[in-house]
Design a protein around this ligand. Sequence first.
Ligand code: URA
Ligand code: SF4
Length: 216
Amino acid sequence: MVDKTRLYLSEMGVDIFWFRTKPITNHGSDDNLSIIEKNVEDCKKCSLHKIRDNIVFGDGDSSADLMIIGEAPGREEDKAGKPFIGRAGKLLNSFLSSINLDRESIFITNTVKCRPPENRNPSEAEIQSCSGFLDRQIDIIKPKVLVLLGKIAANRLLNQDKPISELRLKKFFIEKYNIPIIVFYHPAYILRSPSQKTKVWDDLKFLKSIISSDDC
Ligand code: URA
Ligand code: SF4
């Protein structure tokens, strides 16, 4: 039925790459996520809690098919308690809208939920301390595709210490989640190296091909 609908729509020229086939079965997931959010608010597991203005839990659709994981909140995110709202976030929004995805239809979070000082990389110990929250978010949201932005998120989920150039444009499957996991350049890197912007288009096309494939 889904395939027929897809065929029909595509013959009409309707862009159907983002066709939600997952039944919305995880009702109540907002409640579950809010329990975790409360735990994050109370969390003092690493020293980042001392300097945060706000935790940045993540936001978007709690039953999203696509979940995006960044690195850590920056200054603006820490002030507002929302992920990806600064310059990198605006660039990310424009990448997503170029393939007809909007922020409300996906779930975006970070590897660590509190801002590291001076935007340094989160340490291995901080990433470990925060890992249970991210794992629980993935378990509840049950996305069909995970996009990891940059090296910190890629290392954390894939356990691979390789440059992004060797990880992007590949599908990873890990034992815990039987869904495609893909790696993108982090938009903050693209802001620093605008000459790499054309590569983002390849990343986006790759994502688009995955979410329009029959596995999604
Ligand atoms: N960079 C990130 O990795 N996450 C944010 O929320 C903002 C910038
Ligand atoms: Fe807790 Fe994570 Fe914040 Fe560290 S970064 S205090 S582990 S929520």
